[in-house]
Write a protein that binds this ligand. Structure first.
Ligand SMILES: Cc1cc2nc3c(=O)[nH]c(=O)nc-3n(C[C@H](O)[C@H](O)[C@H](O)COP(=O)(O)O)c2cc1C
Length: 144
């Protein structure tokens, strides 16, 4: 089973999460939708994830979901978001992911994120604010 993690990031948290996920999943590659166009028919399983600003996941990922809606329904799929207020996760997923795609998902989760305008500097921990345990649990659940 080959897995693709497609992500969009602005301050880096979603990229960190995509990397950690890929280390815990077999045959997994990651793709920054901001700089690469993935060929999704090469993959049985897709995880999509993005940062959130003003309640919205980033546009390149929204566009990816819209463009590939019917193909995604035929994949094993999971969603993650990176945001600083994980309590709003359900609301954000409801407003950003179409219902049928949400129902078909194996897992959906917020992995936390950086406080607004406080992304870690080069000498700081790049996982500050990220819930590493949630990434591990997500990966385990995705593989069942
Ligand atoms: C301008 C701005 C708006 C934000 N809006 C939200 C928001 O509506 N809800 C939330 O939970 N987090 C919000 N955040 C926090 C981001 O979701 C968080 O920094 C996350 O790490 C972004 O993902 P990224 O690092 O992959 O770009 C906002 C951050 C910024 C800078």
């Amino acid at each position: 089973m080959s897995i693709l993690v497609v992500y969009a990031t602005k301050s880096g948290a979603s990229e960190q999460c995509a990397r950690l996920l890929s280390e815990q999943l077999p045959y997994c590659r990651i793709c920054d939708i901001g700089s690469e166009k993935p060929t999704i028919d090469e993959f049985d399983s897709i995880i999509v994830g993005a940062g959130v600003r003003d309640g919205k996941i980033y546009k390149p990922l929204r566009d990816f979901i819209k463009k590939n809606h019917s193909e995604l329904l035929n994949k094993k799929i999971g969603y993650f978001i990176c945001n600083e207020k994980p309590r709003k996760t359900e609301e954000i997923l409801d407003e950003n992911i179409p219902n049928d795609l949400k129902k078909a998902a194996v897992c959906m989760e917020s992995f936390g994120g950086y406080k607004a305008y406080a992304a870690p500097k080069e000498n700081e921990d790049p996982l500050k604010g990220i819930f590493v345990d949630k990434i591990r649990t997500f990966a385990e659940k995705f593989m069942i």
